[in-house]
Design a protein around this ligand. Structure first.
Ligand SMILES: *Cc1c(COP(=O)(O)O)cnc(C)c1O
Length: 361
């Protein structure tokens, strides 16, 4: 039996995608082999790769002057790869810290140059709001401004991409909400994210980069992580994560069937509203994130007494709902409700939360 899996990542995938992958495991489209066994330079995989890139371009409406790269290393490796590629001769970049992941990005960047803290949303050790752009201390000479547009641990999301006053390019870690809503790619110089939250298997990193930002890498950048080298070789400089790219392509097709990003956004809004309304109306569960920047993907909440946590998790598991434990750094609960989580999963969670609150309130 399949459970409702609220994992923050690696996370649930759409069931039709898994079924198709299972059916094609031994023999992809009459090739007599599975995708994992194919040469990345053979015609079969080249077609799979090209379709995945084309579908992602279509879904996100990525303009022609942006390149789509499929890389490896995840967003944590990108925390180093980004400054290596982009800091350039300026050697300076601005970091906006709105949660645990952007904090990590800021720390790592300090190894590679002068990373400045343009704004921090930390208050008493917690992240619950996004400071307005007018309050960011931006350096007009910075090579880029870095943000994380959905903080997976803290449940803080930019409802709109920030509009920067100058021409400094915006770089964003979009790992945990990419493809959950339409996004104006032209607001960004670079978008990057690991696939394992909302797209596919771990091991694939997606980078969308404006062409003029290619070719600025520090000479010590590993070639496999030099955006220009990767772009010039169509993401085939080294062997790409072929199976992860194939699954991502199936997820992109599934997303098109859901009405594209406008369609999936409607579903995501319905799920998030249902869950936040249940929390706010409960008089029992609490989510302290500013309403204006509550994440639609990752919903942290606490119970009135930590001693109830174990019982809550146990009851959820008995009802087929798993991975609801909050990140160890913040405690409490967290329901990650990515694209692949059906409304029925959130309905089941909300019904259980009501039942539990009644029994323990
Ligand atoms: C999960 C996550 C990461 C870390 O990804 P890795 O694949 O472990 O490198 C970084 N940033 C965000 C926003 C995430 O959600």
């Amino acid at each position: 039996m399949r459970v409702f899996n609220f994992s923050a990542g690696p996370a649930a995938l759409p069931e039709p995608v898994l079924r198709q992958a299972a059916a094609e495991m031994l023999d992809w489209h009459g090739s007599g082999m599975g995708v994992m066994e194919m040469s990345h330079r053979g015609p079969e995989f080249i077609a799979i790769h090209a379709e995945a890139v084309a579908l992602l371009r279509e879904l996100l409406d990525v303009p022609a002057h942006y390149r789509i790269l499929f890389m490896q290393g995840g967003a944590i490796a990108a925390n180093a790869i980004i400054p290596l590629n982009l800091m350039g001769p300026a050697g300076r970049a601005d970091y906006v810290v709105t949660g645990s992941w952007s904090q990590k990005s800021y720390k790592e960047a300090q190894k590679y140059g002068s990373a400045a803290l343009a704004a921090s949303a930390e208050r008493d050790g917690a992240f619950r709001h996004i400071p307005p752009v007018q309050e960011w201390r931006l350096d007009p000479g910075a090579a880029y401004v870095h943000v994380c547009t959905n903080e997976t641990i803290d449940g803080v999301e930019f409802a709109e991409p920030p509009l920067l006053p100058g021409a400094v390019p915006l770089v964003a870690d979009v790992s945990s909400h990419i493809l959950s809503r339409p996004l104006d790619v032209t607001r960004f110089g670079v978008l990057y994210g690991g696939a394992q939250k909302n797209i596919g298997p771990a091991g694939l990193t997606i980078v969308i980069i404006r062409e003029d930002l290619l070719g600025r890498a520090h000479p010590l950048t590993p070639s496999a992580f030099d955006f220009k080298t990767v772009a010039d070789n169509d993401s085939m400089y080294n062997t790409p994560p072929t199976y992860a790219i194939y699954i991502a392509g199936l997820v992109f097709r599934w997303l098109k069937e859901q009405g594209g990003l406008a369609g999936i956004e409607r579903a995501n809004v319905a799920k998030a509203n249902l869950l936040y309304d249940a929390i706010d109306g409960s008089g029992f569960y609490v989510n302290r994130v500013d309403r204006a920047c509550r994440s639609r993907m990752n919903v942290p909440f606490v119970l009135p007494d930590k001693r109830l946590d174990a019982a809550f998790l146990k009851g959820a598991e008995e009802r087929g709902m798993v991975q609801l434990k909050g990140h160890r750094s913040v405690g409490g609960m967290r329901a990650s409700i990515y694209n692949a989580m059906p409304l029925a999963g959130v309905e089941a969670l909300v019904a259980y939360m009501r039942e539990f609150a009644k029994a323990h309130g």
